[in-house]
Design a protein around this ligand. Structure first.
Ligand SMILES: Cc1ncc(COP(=O)(O)O)c(C=O)c1O
Length: 426
């Protein structure tokens, strides 16, 4: 398609957008009475309008039934979490039995390390990407130390090449091969939080398995953002937060995927609690732990139902739309944003560069823009003018036009503000 950086063209794209009515299903913060241009769905997604209703339902049931709500509410609380498995399985490409929802992301990754990071004197290393999201770095360092190893020796970081912004798959595969049978685990963020680069999860998973390592994924920036086929790719485990592209609300619950081959395996240890026991017998309060025959065996505590309610509300929207139309719009709106950025950059002579891969297969919704000139003052200008984006040191703004609720006119308006901002601040 031949794009144009005009309002009329952007309006035409909106008119032809099959998802255009979904914008109205979300609540936008306002700037001078208008919806902000919201680029931070990769950090905290907007509130779906149905979220309140799902939360109210629990509050009402609690007020009217108190403890009886566990079994007699319309959506009983004792197995509330099970409702999320089916819609999530479609989003991450897994079987519903391979999904469970519990706790928050870093906690779940620690729990999954209990199962999938069991170092031995010979096989104890973890391969990850350099400058992973800090929580993942702390997670891995503390896990390695907990088992008595030195992070400097046990953590093998895949490096970017000098002067390049993104990782090369060939370098990842070489690191995996070189680490060989010293490697216990390959653990990478499926989409890099800083650049938005999408990793070739299928190829990397295969390479990790070839050296006998487990392969797990932090999908915080991937779930609800890119196509995932965790089961077919044969990933061992993965976890994600739900408050970014899945619009479940601040700090909300995390989803986990655990491949079905581990579900009844006696060789895979877990930290266990009563919500992981066979649900038929759970309230018999037996001393023996009999695991659920699926990923729910990893559940520890009874589910935080009030938190799961807005997550379920948001998943209802994913069910309505389906991931394919969502990702089709994602591709178009990101291409349009990229076109606008390049057009504005040409007008203001090289003020910034996009550091996200240009190959659509290697990116999702996010474009990261490295500012050469104005830096933080430009970021402040944008925020002051109703563009919600975020700043990452040393000079990057991240732009993620979530396809559920961002419009093509938003992209056009942003381009105009960006140009004015550069002129005002450089
Ligand atoms: C890639 C990545 N991993 C881990 C986390 C930490 O998530 P939580 O605070 O829910 O544990 C985040 C949070 O933004 C993230 O982006």
């Amino acid at each position: 398609m031949q794009f144009k950086n005009t309002k009329a063209f952007a309006e035409e794209l909106d008119k032809n957008d099959p998802l255009r009515s979904y914008r109205d299903r979300f609540l936008f913060p306002k700037h001078k009475g208008n919806d902000v241009i919201y680029f931070t769905g990769n950090s905290l997604g907007l509130q779906p309008k149905n979220a309140q209703e799902y939360v109210n339902e629990i509050m009402t049931d609690w007020s009217q039934m108190a403890v009886e709500g566990h079994f007699y509410a319309d959506k009983p609380w004792w197995d509330y979490h099970e409702r999320l498995a089916e819609p999530l399985s479609k989003i991450v490409g897994a079987k519903p039995s391979e999904i469970t929802v519990m706790n928050t992301l870093t906690i779940n990754l620690h729990l999954l390390m209990v199962s999938f990071y069991r170092p031995t004197a010979k096989r104890y290393k973890i391969i990850c990407e350099e400058k992973a999201f800090p929580s993942d770095q702390y997670l891995l360092q503390s896990q390695v130390r907990f088992h008595g190893y030195d992070p400097k020796d046990a953590i093998v970081e895949i490096k970017k090449r000098e002067g390049e912004h993104n990782f090369r798959t060939e370098d990842i595969l070489r690191t995996i091969k070189e680490t060989g049978d010293a490697c216990a685990l390959v653990f990478i963020g499926g989409v890099n939080y800083y650049t938005g680069q999408v990793f070739d999860m299928e190829t990397i998973t295969k390479a990790g398995h070839e050296i006998g390592a487990f392969v797990g994924w932090d999908l915080a920036h991937a779930a609800g953002n890119i196509e995932l086929k965790l089961h077919d790719w044969d990933a061992d485990f993965a976890a994600w937060c739900s408050y970014k592209y899945m619009n479940s609300g601040p700090g909300n619950a995390s989803g986990c995927y655990i491949h079905e081959r581990f579900h009844n395996s006696k060789e895979i240890p877990r930290f266990e609690g009563w919500w992981g026991t066979n649900k038929e017998d759970r309230f018999l309060m037996k001393p023996e732990f009999e695991p659920m025959p699926n990923a729910d065996a990893w559940q520890v505590s009874n589910a935080p139902v009030l938190a799961l309610a807005p997550y379920l509300a948001s998943l209802q929207l994913f069910e309505e739309v389906g991931v394919e139309p969502l990702f089709a719009k994602r591709d178009l709106i990101v291409q349009y944003l990229e076109f606008i950025l390049k057009d504005i950059d040409a007008q203001v002579a090289g003020s910034f560069e996009i550091i996200t891969p240009s190959d659509p297969k290697q990116r999702g919704t996010q474009l990261s823009v490295f500012l050469h000139g104005s830096g933080k003052s430009l970021f402040t200008y944008l925020m002051d003018n109703g563009v919600v984006t975020d700043w990452r040191e040393p000079n990057v703004i991240r732009l993620a036009p979530a396809p559920f609720y961002c419009s093509f006119v938003d992209m056009y308006n942003f381009g105009q503000l960006l140009k004015k901002g550069i002129e005002a601040t450089s």
